[in-house]
Design a protein around this ligand. Structure first.
Ligand SMILES: CC(=O)CC(=O)SCCNC(=O)CCNC(=O)[C@H](O)C(C)(C)COP(=O)(O)OP(=O)(O)OC[C@H]1O[C@@H](n2cnc3c(N)ncnc32)[C@H](O)[C@@H]1OP(=O)(O)O
Length: 447
């Protein structure tokens, strides 16, 4: 069977940054280590005044097409995943295709376009859609472009304000992919939840603490479902585990739970028994409360063991590199976790063609999905092409007052009377230029 998966990737970061320990924490009266150590974030990316989900998505897609030498007629499908859409009818993919048609010969007239929504999970679902379309043989030999793009902004003063971000990832989904091939093994954990939602509003209503618990519960269900397909997974089944990363501290919690689950009744649990005892079993406790207390104590000890730390530092920590510098990119977050893992492998000069990634996606509302991917021969050449380090370094560092202005500019209902100048000079990229006669957003390419 021909493999299908991710053939190429491109990342576009919002061109501004907010220093969380240096600029945000003092204004909030917080200890900077709440951000660096607790949440695990150094900076958030923000969109400049001429950037939005369309410009970021189109810029990522253009980078991808240029690098792969593609023209619009080569592409059979464009799907955009976002939870920041500004149009309830016209999909963001049409706006992005319109941008791209300004700069390429030909057009996307015969490409199927759509928009996927399930909070941060939608990017993974759009990859699934492209995979299925190719597998079904309906693609006429053409690849799909999947774009994840979000301006993850929270209302000023909301606890989520610490976990904002803005950026896009474009991925080429094709047969015989260069980076990773997708497996058909998948597990889901899905329930109707009201933890994080945006009912006809720009900024989310969030129950932050509950959203953390919902994330962990859905992930556990997805892992159990995945194992019902593959059999029990073992620690050395996968080299990296990229998770959806709203902030690295969230992944730290999820990884500890996953580790406890995976080592139960294995030699790894035995190896730890002398140090911290065996995992509590529910049957040994009089009630659920006592059992849960014992589990919490076991986990507190587990996370301090060298055995766990070594695993975490090798398999999970390297997936958090980009997230620490950009914040939450919602639909892109799990995809930048995958890219972070591959960048780590590049830095370490690892040869891991044929090895496995266990990818754990999540969307509020809520659903988790877990699947595996196999690293392909061309991964190194593709990841070497990324210039994200330069883009991150070039971001404009906002003062607190400038951050307040930028937040206002991007708030739909805010009537910003004062003129707010752009902070960076656009160059070789798409920019937002204003509104058209039907209130549509307009874009131009700046040389
Ligand atoms: C949104 C999505 O993308 C979808 C999802 O994944 S939902 C799951 C994640 N949820 C979200 O991201 C919702 C948006 N975020 C939020 O609402 C909030 O940022 C939040 C609820 C996650 C945290 O808000 P908060 O109450 O201000 O932070 P708080 O819990 O006090 O501190 C955060 C961490 O820093 C730690 N911390 C605080 N001060 C510290 C210090 N000085 N030094 C070290 N650590 C510190 C805290 O102990 C805590 O860690 P633990 O949870 O491990 O104990």
């Amino acid at each position: 069977m021909t493999e299908v998966g991710i053939d190429a990737v491109e990342i576009w970061t919002g061109k501004l940054k907010l220093d969380l320990p240096g600029t945000f924490a003092p204004e909030k009266g917080d200890d900077p280590e709440k951000y660096t150590k607790g949440l695990g974030l150094n900076n958030s990316s923000f969109p400049d005044v001429y950037e939005d989900i369309v410009t970021m998505g189109a810029n990522a897609a253009k980078g991808l097409m240029d690098r792969k030498g593609l023209e619009p007629a080569d592409i059979g499908r464009i799907d955009v995943a976002t939870e920041s859409a500004f149009d309830h009818s016209k999909p963001v993919s049409t706006y992005i295709a319109g941008c791209l048609e300004q700069v390429y010969d030909g057009d996307f007239t015969h490409a199927n376009k759509g928009e996927r929504k399930f909070a941060c999970l939608a990017g993974t679902q759009a990859i699934d859609d492209a995979y299925n379309w190719i597998r079904a043989g309906r693609n006429r030999g053409r690849p799909a472009i999947v774009i994840t793009t979000d301006t993850a902004l929270y209302a000023r003063g909301d606890p989520g304000e610490a976990t904002q971000g803005a950026g896009a990832v474009a991925m080429l989904i094709d047969e015989n992919p260069s980076i990773v091939a997708l497996s058909t093994d998948q597990g889901y954990g899905s329930k109707d939840e009201t933890d994080f939602l945006k009912p006809n509003q720009q900024f989310p209503s969030v129950d932050g603490k509950r959203s953390v618990q919902v994330y962990l519960s859905r992930m556990r269900e997805a892992l159990e479902d995945y194992e019902s397909v593959t059999g029990d997974i073992e620690l050395d089944d996968f080299e990296y585990a990229p998770f959806h990363t709203p902030f690295p501290g969230m992944v730290r919690k999820a990884a500890l739970l996953a580790y406890r689950h995976v080592i139960r009744d294995t030699e790894h649990e035995d190896a730890l028994a002398g140090e911290i005892g065996r995992q509590p079993r529910e049957a040994d406790f009089a009630d659920r409360e006592a059992y849960e207390g014992a589990i919490r104590d076991y986990m507190d000890e587990l996370k301090t063991t060298e055995q766990y730390q070594t695993w975490y530092d090798t398999v999970v920590e390297p997936t958090l590199g980009l997230s620490r510098e950009v914040g939450n990119w919602y639909t892109s977050s799990v995809h930048i976790a995958r890219i972070s893992a591959l960048r780590d492998a590049l830095t370490r000069d690892r040869s891991f063609v044929g090895d496995t990634l266990l990818v754990a996606s999540y969307g509020s509302g809520a659903q988790a999905e877990i699947h595996s991917e196999t690293v392909r021969e061309g991964w190194r050449a593709e990841i070497e092409e990324l210039d994200i380090d330069d883009r991150l370094a070039a971001r404009y560092d906002l003062t607190w007052e400038e951050y307040e202005d930028v937040h206002d500019v991007h708030e739909y209902d805010m009537d910003v009377e004062r003129e707010i100048e752009e902070f960076t000079q656009p160059e070789a990229e798409f920019v937002f230029t204003g509104w058209g006669r039907m209130n549509e957003r307009k874009y131009e390419y700046v040389e």
